[in-house]
Design a protein. Structure first.
Length: 110
């Protein structure tokens, strides 16, 4: 799994490429924590290149959501592939995490 971070529309965009599993989930958590600590509590997880997500990856998303909201921000997900979307729906996390078509659209105007 590879993680890159950049800024779009004043939000930290954390791009996750590969399989988001127990081995990579701590790195995602850390990337979100680093963004919040740097004063950017608005975070978008760009999942356009995410191939798979397991329970550890889901936990990292929920942990990130909690961290950003505690800092008066939000965590949103973008460009979610169908395989990942199915897991989000099965776990009802699609009702908790806001999904957007692109990272640019996630905080556009907000």
């Amino acid at each position: 799994m590879n993680i890159t971070v950049h800024t779009v529309n004043g939000a930290a965009v954390v791009a996750v490429a590969g399989r988001l599993t127990a081995t990579g989930a701590p790195r995602l958590r850390q990337a979100v924590e680093d963004a919040v600590a740097a004063g950017t509590p608005r975070v978008v997880i760009d999942m356009s290149d995410t191939e798979f997500i397991d329970s550890s990856g889901l936990g990292a998303l929920i942990g990130g959501l909690k961290s950003t909201r505690l800092a008066d921000g939000d965590l949103r997900i973008a460009a979610v592939p169908e395989a990942v979307r199915r897991v989000l729906k099965l776990t009802n996390l699609d009702r908790v995490l806001r999904e957007y078509p692109s990272a640019e659209a996630a905080f556009d105007g907000q």
